[in-house]
Design a protein around this ligand. Structure first.
Ligand code: ZN
Length: 655
């Protein structure tokens, strides 16, 4: 059940829950109920409650768990759900609600540099639209405070509320709260924050976390004595965004010094910071870009999504993969990380176990980025590791090959056989009948290769002998023959054989240069001359192809409906290959021929790679109107060919 404090927060937020609902919400928060099993209405209810409790200073899931598990699930299911486009309300506090002097919105967020680049491109486009020179725009970066959002109009003080109406909490200034750096009142939006150092030295025994403390400063009931002292000591303050430490400069300066600038701003204050805010300062452009109901388009936050935990390893279990490589999996007591409960993480290979000392009793630090499986970031207290002697699946003796332990019994190892067949059907992706359970049963009955499985088409009685009912037999046989009849790309078919390093992307690239039947005769050198194949990859692929050669042709000759990848040489001969295929192109300035996104899409269709900024890898810079000479000179200095829009259209034969 919820605590008394949590119930009070929910009451103030007008959320009423039955005991049964409370229990379900706690079960969701504690991962007892899987997020995937919830219907969308219940997911939104959960988000509403989790958010109210978070704002009220008594959260039930971590910030990352909220963002990456629950919010991500809703975004995935219904990107347009109204919940995602409304400002998360601050938990209601006692006091009159009033219209805010200015709207307070949330900030759009991204978790990687790619998201920042995309935003910069949107700024660039908006600048083009209104004839502003992008190269002259000033960008401003500030730390994203993780405090309690509020608004100070100089006389009164408000919570952010729902972004339009907030609660009057002027009492907080009456209690002696000051503006950061003894600044003046009336600077608008900001956050109530507390010094991290002060919190850990003076407040941590009395408050669970800083958010909990911040909420106590705002609450109606009388100020707790330690909170009152923190205010007197000016450790807790209101920090207006306008007076935050900042970096300002041009886009080109920002890009040149990106990592340093971001790090410097991230660490520029002794308050909880959960990101860096990027924004533009040009008022006209800000007005043009405007806002959604949720955030200003001229602003974005770069947030970190790493959460770490230290755990004690209980055991390291070996696991045999389809290629025979034995992977160590560290097991530990169930631990919450980014909102999810986890109890295992892969240690990649036994070389890592050996070098880092991972074993029973070792203390390791785990990191989980977004929804990615946890990884072992550091071994804090190593132990003397132990190694398995035999394969956990077939008990044959394991061998060291470089940094890996291998089971070399590829023809009779249960895990290798079953995982190879599963990989084949998973990669083909057109056959639902053959999941792990079915494949395991078939393997127990001696059907132990993809080829054997397809032989069932001719001998369905074998399935009946195993004990499958007539209808199931019919379904399985149909699934097999369908998987041969449905059209499938030849590179997908090739990748299904699971050759090390020959995944979908590499298979496609390879088949652009060679017919599928001829790849088995290629030498390492033949691969190396294909752009993008490193020698070590080439070696692994040629060796892997030799291993599967016989199996491949037996299966290939069963007759699959393969869609052949066009060879680049054929495309060139027939004139179908565009001169821009494989080239990297950057478009800049306003275009006359069409809107820039359309031209970019067209270039991509012709096989070009479209990039947003000029680097040494750029082949062509296509310049529209209003492009500065410095930009053109800079591109030429990097060896980039600069084309006018007409020259480009000529090149792709559109003029
Ligand atoms: Zn084995």
């Amino acid at each position: 059940m919820f605590t008394k404090n949590q119930k009070e927060i929910l009451e103030r937020s007008n959320v009423v829950l039955s005991d049964h609902q409370q229990q379900r919400i706690l079960n969701i928060a504690n991962n007892i109920l899987d997020v995937k099993s919830l219907d969308t209405a219940e997911l939104v209810d959960f988000l509403t409650v989790a958010n109210a409790l978070y704002r009220g200073g008594d959260q039930i899931v971590s910030d990352d768990g909220y963002d990456f598990i629950f919010l991500a699930e809703l975004k995935n299911r219904e990107p347009d759900h109204p919940f995602l486009h409304a400002v998360e309300p601050e938990a209601g506090f006692e006091g009159k609600t009033v219209e805010l002097p200015a709207r307070m919105l949330s900030t759009d967020k991204t978790y990687d540099d790619e998201g920042i680049k995309n935003w910069i491109n949107r700024v660039r486009k908006a600048a083009d639209d209104i004839g502003k020179n992008f190269d002259d725009l000033v960008f401003r970066l500030t730390p994203k405070l993780d405090g309690f959002a509020a608004y100070d109009d100089g006389e009164k003080f408000y919570t952010r509320g729902d972004g339009k109406r907030g609660t009057d909490i002027s009492r907080v200034f009456e209690r002696g709260l000051t503006v950061a750096g003894n600044g003046t009142r009336g600077l608008g939006a900001g956050e109530i924050v507390v010094s991290k150092k002060y919190f850990s030295e003076h407040l941590s025994p009395y408050f669970e976390n800083t958010r909990n403390f911040q909420a106590s400063v705002v609450k109606e009931k009388e100020l707790e004595e330690h909170a009152a002292k923190a205010i007197r000591d000016k450790a807790a303050v209101f920090f207006p965004f306008a007076s935050l430490p900042s970096w300002s400069g041009l886009a080109v300066e920002l890009m040149d010094d990106y990592d340093d600038v971001v790090e410097e701003i991230w660490n520029s204050v002794d308050y909880d910071v959960d990101g860096v805010i990027f924004e533009i300062t040009d008022d006209e452009l800000k007005k043009y870009m405007g806002a959604t109901n949720h955030h200003h388009r001229w602003q974005i936050a770069l947030k970190s999504n790493d959460e770490a935990a230290e755990v004690v390893v209980v055991s390291v279990k070996p696991q045999t993969s389809r290629n025979g490589k034995v992977t160590p999996v560290a097991q530990f007591e169930p631990t919450k990380l980014s909102g999810a409960e986890i109890s295992r993480a892969t240690a990649h290979n036994y070389g890592m176990v050996r070098d880092k000392g991972i074993g029973k009793g070792a203390v390791i630090r785990l990191v989980r980025s977004g929804l990615v499986i946890p990884k072992i970031e550091e071994v804090i207290e190593p132990v003397t590791p132990e190694y398995p002697i035999e394969c956990p699946s077939c008990h044959s003796k394991l061998e060291w090959v470089d940094d890996n332990l291998f089971c070399l019994n590829s023809t009779a190892c249960k895990d290798q056989i079953e995982k190879t067949i599963i990989h084949f059907f998973d990669t083909l992706g057109n056959n639902d009948g053959f999941g792990a359970a079915t494949i395991s049963i078939l393997n127990e009955h001696g059907i132990s290769s993809v080829y054997d499985v397809y032989q069932l088409e001719k001998h369905p009685e074998k399935l009946a002998d195993i004990g499958y009912k007539e209808k199931t037999v019919k379904n399985l046989i149909e699934a097999l023959s369908n998987s041969r009849k449905v059209k499938i790309e030849d590179w997908r078919f090739l990748a299904a054989f699971g050759v090390n390093r020959l995944g979908l992307g590499v298979a496609e690239k390879l088949l652009q240069h060679h017919n599928i039947e001829s790849i088995f005769d290629l030498k390492v050198d033949d691969f190396v001359i294909i752009d993008g194949f490193a020698e070590i990859t080439a070696r692994q692929i040629t060796e892997g192809l030799q291993k599967i050669r016989d199996q491949f042709f037996k299966i290939y000759e069963l007759g699959f409906n393969l869609e052949k990848t066009p060879l680049i040489t054929e495309l060139k001969e027939s004139g179908l290959l565009s001169p821009v295929a494989g080239k990297q192109i950057v478009f800049t300035g306003s275009m006359l021929h069409g809107k820039r996104p359309e031209m970019q899409a067209e270039a991509k269709k012709l096989g070009a790679k479209v990039a947003s900024s000029v680097t040494g890898k750029t082949d062509y810079l296509v310049t529209g109107e209003k492009v500065g000479m410095t930009k053109i000179a800079a591109a030429e200095a990097k060896g980039v060919k600069v084309l006018t829009e007409d020259e480009y259209l000529n090149l792709i034969k559109k003029k």
